[in-house]
Structure formats: structure tokens, C-alpha cells
Design a protein around this ligand. Sequence first.
Ligand code: B12
Length: 187
Amino acid sequence: MVADRSLSFAHDAAGLDANALRDIALEAGADDVGLVSLDDPALDDQRGDILAAFPFARTLISFVLRMHRENIRNPARSVANLEFHHAADDCDEVARAIAHSLEARGVRAAYPSMGFPMEASRWPDKMWIISHKPVAVAAGLGRIGLHRNVIHPKFGNFILLGTVAVDLDLEARAAPLDVNLLISSRI
Ligand code: B12
């Protein structure tokens, strides 16, 4: 017998709206979630790459995963790296769980890696399929700081980002944060 690894939401086939997608992502382990239409102008420079990999994509689920602050802050590289590596694996697991839940409901969904592996054969061109940072900004999950990482309004810079491409059109989508707290705080 094949084990049922779907999430609880997966059994409720009706009413898959923006709120349901957010709940699925949170139940899968995301710490914050936003939705972006593939038509969003913020994706103009990467829409082709996304559709080449995921031709069914109409909406992107962008999510944030918190990292343990004290590990990341620690000057011992091994301590910080340990957290980076575990959180990175968790990020891929969360993306996979979201895709799994949607697939169980008959919705096409797929996720690229949070970092590696990438399409190394494309080197020296862009190797990654989705640039998670601009997606997260368009989803209202934070702003890119002077150091070019996305800073979340609550979790700060101690986050990793994931994206799931979904074959659904949704009404309620987030808007980018309009207060540039990052520039004003010189981060
Ligand atoms: C390529 C990449 C790297 C490369 C960077 C190569 C480079 N040229 O700088 C390497 C492997 C070195 C790397 C390292 C790290 N990365 Co990285 N990386 C990515 C990746 C795959 C794509 C980057 C991207 O988004 N480019 C798109 C554009 C929009 O970004 P950008 O900010 O404009 O930067 C690009 C260019 O502008 C240009 N550029 C580089 N430097 C500068 C400087 C200036 C002034 C300008 C104008 C342009 C420019 O090169 C950049 C890369 O092409 C993403 C994962 C993904 N698939 O999205 C993760 C990602 C950006 N990385 C992330 C992280 C956390 C790291 C590390 C901290 C991990 C670690 N263990 O230490 C380090 C930090 C390195 C550092 N000191 O900055 C996170 C950032 C999370 C966040 N909060 O925003 C991401 C989103 C991964 C994730 N899923 O969470 N990374």
C-alpha cells in the first residue's frame, strides 16, 4: 500500500483560493507566504526562464523560512554554515510539501531548488531557474537591502526564500511593501 503523505488540506478539493494556498504553505512549514501573478511586471526579466521550466505556471507561491539568528550571527563559520545548510534543506522540503499537497488536489505545481543544484551547463549564463529575491519582494515579503539580500519586516535578514510555481489564477495577491525601512536603517 502506498502511504498517504499528503497534508490535511489536500483532502479538501473545493475552494482553492489565495487563503487556502497560504494555509497550505504555512502548514507545510513556511514562516510567511505571498502570491505573485506570472503577469506581474516584476517578473518581466525572468518570465521566459520560468515558463521554459514550468510552462503551466500562472501564479508563484513565494515563502520565507526563518533561520536561527544566533547560529547565523556566530563568527565561527562552521556554526553559521550548519544553520545555512539545514535551513536550505528545510526550504526545499517545504517547497516539496506544498507542491505535493497541490498535486494531491489535482493542481499542477513544481518547485526549483532554493540554491543548488542549478543548471550548471548554462554557465557562465544565469544558472538558476527562478530568482527568489524579486519574487519575494513582489509577494510583499520584504525588501532588498543595500547588501542585496531580502529583509523581512519581522524576521529580518535571517531568512531563506523558496518559490513554488502553480497552475492557478488567483484574485488576492500581495503588493510589495511600500515602506523602505531597509534603506532608512542603512542595512
Ligand atoms: C547566485 C547566488 C549566489 C552566488 C552569488 C554570485 C554573485 N555573483 O554574487 C553565491 C553562490 C556566491 C551565493 C552566496 C550566498 N547566497 Co546566494 N544565491 C544565489 C542565487 C542562486 C541567485 C542570485 C539572484 O537572486 N540573482 C538575481 C538578482 C535579482 O539578484 P541581484 O541581487 O541583483 O544580484 C546579482 C547581480 O546583480 C550581480 N551582482 C553581484 N554583486 C553585485 C553588486 C552590485 C553593486 C550590483 C549592482 C550587482 C551585483 O550578481 C548577482 C548574482 O547574479 C539565489 C537563489 C535563487 N535561485 O534565487 C541565492 C540567494 C540569493 N542566496 C542567498 C544566500 C542566503 C546566500 C549566502 C548568504 C549563503 C551562505 N551560506 O553564506 C551567500 C552570501 C554571499 C554574499 N556574501 O553575498 C539567499 C538570499 C536570502 C535573502 N534573504 O535574500 C538566496 C535567495 C537563496 C535562498 N533560496 O534563500 N549566492
